[in-house]
Ligand binder design. Sequence first.
Ligand SMILES: O=P(O)(O)OP(=O)(O)OP(=O)(O)OC[C@H]1O[C@@H](n2cnc3c(O)ncnc32)[C@H](O)[C@@H]1O
Ligand SMILES: [Mg+2]
Length: 194
Amino acid sequence: MSKPSVVFVTGNANKLKEVQKLLSNVTKYEIINKNLDLEEIQEASLEEIARKKILQAVALLPKGQRIVVEDTALGFDALNGLPGAYVKWFLKKMSLDELVKMLEPFEKKTGEAITTVAYSDENGDIKIFQGITKGKIVKHRGNLDFGWDAIFEPLAEEGNTEALTYGEMTKEFKNGLSHRSKAFKLFEQYLVDN
Ligand SMILES: O=P(O)(O)OP(=O)(O)OP(=O)(O)OC[C@H]1O[C@@H](n2cnc3c(O)ncnc32)[C@H](O)[C@@H]1O
Ligand SMILES: [Mg+2]
């Protein structure tokens, strides 16, 4: 008999790569990917956005499947958490340099990277897990391949003693302290326990 699976719904190849590594210790399920473009509602909390995403995925995919989605936000403390979940749309309209410039009038350059994971088990019961990594928004350094990686420098207290941006880190190092790894660690524990 083949292994039961968990379907990770995302259209983002970089996310998928990280999540496959993060869940590599979960041996009782096979993690498979489905690329669906899920709507992301506005004027909602991060938890509500993730919840709506998973409900859509559940409605679109065959019944009885375990499904997981995530939504990732980048919030600037000086802007009370904006752009937050809307960072994707900001990045479609402006460069990383322009995004950093938004903070020019403010002394406070700190921010939070937040991943909210929403999981639906085979009965449709939903669980939410969240991971937050605190950092500083800086002029871009390092690899530009993945979203805002190059402008986010996690704080030293997160374990980033060499003050690297996510863009300057190896995947392994990023996965050791990232917002995504914290959320998926909680999810991994849940899968192992249930
Ligand atoms: O299909 P989904 O999973 O929704 O993938 P997405 O690319 O639309 O992702 P989000 O809706 O979560 O939007 C988050 C935005 O932040 C970017 N992003 C997400 N995680 C990131 C990370 O760890 N480092 C840098 N950028 C990231 C991503 O490229 C998007 O522009
Ligand atoms: Mg998205």
